[in-house]
Design a protein around this ligand. Structure first.
Ligand code: ZN
Length: 497
């Protein structure tokens, strides 16, 4: 009798827990319209008060003053237990990509269920469901300053990206996933007659300066696991491969730029991903249930993968970051690169735009491999004049380590003379390629300069940002373009001894 009573009580408790399961705002409105900012704020508070495992935090505000929420899942003090893998999932940097946010909220509502709590034995997870609330409210890609946040992670001029990086640096997450949407409905594909059709695509780190073993592990182990998991849930999945259509232009494995939400973290030797769900064809609310659920499946796949592989991931990241902290002068860093074939052919699943039947296309011009085309030797450090306020401001906003310059006994300093400027193709954009000559610099007045040592977490970022021939450098942004003037010396100096 007592046993029966206990069972009944347990069942009642289970029923209460179940009835407390939270429906997301999108589920409540039957997938008819995306979650507004106010609904999202309310839902975050609901999650917070109904879960012992999740705590919300406001990490900053958007241009128009909306809160940026971080949902932190941990069984203890977040980030304090080094035997757990620290994971950051961020969504909706692009305000018109609603399914990332919806998928992130759906995932959060599932993660507070008791049956998923096992994940947090091994993972401390933060979800930032909406990086761009201002854009989301008006369903626009950019933020209220009309800036593309996902091209802003190097110059960090926007409050949203600044808040995101301050938050990242607080915990130095070992894994990140940046969630987006892609649109396969462009005119060039319509003209071609077929288009891509994967519900979810996944991209890994491609910048060649990121540790080889991190890129290899992501490509060969993480991506196949996640893509299969998504397919097993009934959603088509494929490698993130922009470019094309076949026969018109080559197909590549995304970009290698470090100004986005994937490789700005990747360049710190973080295991970093981009996931893209499919946008709606005619309206942005089309198929929202499927789009939201497939995005959530990809995020869940990432957590399941980490649950099993956490130890290996932490080792890769620890080793990779140690290499950056101990980076020595002389070792090369790539500042120009391109996409190349490795002989593989790509079978690309497409769908006919007219008949909607699936087809497989063999892509002849497939370039999955990024290779360096121009390296520079890492210096001991860089020198920047203290009166160069915009570069000094950039050092601060990027939280780069620097100190007053104290030269060694016989310092050797190099500078670049800008002989001329040329241009170079960067993923079908023509960008500036200065013609430079290196020469020994005159001795400088040490008190006028700061010294940026090359051995630090941002070692690779610093070199790629400051080298004048870098395809990804500061000078490729209009704010810094004036640093390159033909017939003058480039203002950043290299200390080589
Ligand atoms: Zn996007």
């Amino acid at each position: 009798m007592k046993q029966l009573l206990l069972t009944l009580m347990a069942m009642a408790l289970f029923a209460t827990t179940n009835s407390q399961e939270l429906a997301t705002p999108l589920e409540k409105n039957k997938f008819a319209k995306p979650t507004t900012y106010n609904q999202l704020s309310d839902f975050v508070h609901e999650l917070d008060s109904s879960s012992g495992i999740m705590r919300s935090e406001i990490i900053g505000q958007s241009v128009e003053g909306r809160n940026l929420y971080a949902l932190k899942f941990s069984t203890g003090e977040f980030g304090a237990d080094n035997s757990k893998t620290r994971v950051l999932i961020l969504a909706q940097q692009h305000g018109n990509e609603q399914s990332g946010k919806e998928g992130a909220l759906l995932l959060a509502s599932r993660l507070i269920r008791p049956e998923n709590s096992y994940l947090f034995e091994k993972i401390d997870l933060t979800i930032i469901p909406q990086v761009n609330p201002d854009g989301s409210e008006v369903n626009k890609r950019r933020n209220a300053h009309d800036m593309d946040l996902n091209r802003n992670h190097l110059i960090l001029t926007e409050p949203e990206t600044k808040a995101l990086h301050r938050f990242f640096e607080q915990y130095l997450f070992e894994v990140t996933m940046d969630v987006h949407e892609y649109s396969p409905f462009g005119d060039d594909w319509k003209k071609y007659g077929y288009r891509k059709n994967a519900a979810v695509t996944l991209g890994v780190n491609t910048n060649v300066n990121i540790a080889d073993d991190i890129r290899k592990f992501s490509n060969e182990e993480a991506a196949p696991f996640i893509l299969k998991y998504i397919s097993d849930k009934g959603y088509s999945s494929f490698v993130y491969c922009p470019g094309g259509p076949p026969g018109v232009d080559y197909i590549r494995h995304s970009t290698f730029d470090i100004n986005d939400g994937r490789q700005s973290f990747g360049i710190l030797n973080t295991v970093s991903f981009i996931q893209e769900g499919m946008n709606g064809e005619d309206t942005y609310i089309e198929n929202l249930q499927k789009r939201c659920d497939s995005q959530a499946a990809g995020m869940m796949a990432l957590l399941e993968f980490i649950y099993v592989n956490g130890e290996k991931i932490r080792q890769l990241v620890t080793d990779g970051r140690k290499t950056l902290l101990n980076a020595k002068p002389g070792k090369n860093v790539s500042v120009q690169a391109g996409h190349f074939s490795d002989g593989r052919k790509l079978s690309l699943p497409l769908v006919s735009c007219s008949t909607k039947t699936d087809t497989m296309v063999e892509v002849a011009d497939y370039r999955p491999v990024v290779k360096s085309t121009y390296d520079v030797e890492r210096p001991l450090g860089y020198l920047i004049a203290k009166n160069n306020t915009e570069l000094m401001d950039w050092l601060r906003v990027q939280t780069i380590n620097f100190k007053d310059y104290q030269p060694s006994k016989h310092p050797k300093i190099e500078r670049y003379f800008i002989r001329d400027t040329d241009s170079i193709d960067f993923e079908r954009d023509m960008i500036i390629n200065p013609i430079v000559e290196t020469s020994p610099a005159e001795p400088v007045t040490p008190s006028d300069y700061v010294f940026i040592p090359i051995g630090q977490l941002k070692s690779n970022l610093i070199a790629q940002a400051l080298e004048p021939k870098s395809m990804l450098g500061l000078i490729t942004y209009k704010q810094f373009a004036h640093l390159i003037k033909t017939g003058t010396y480039y203002p950043v100096l290299r200390v080589i001894k």
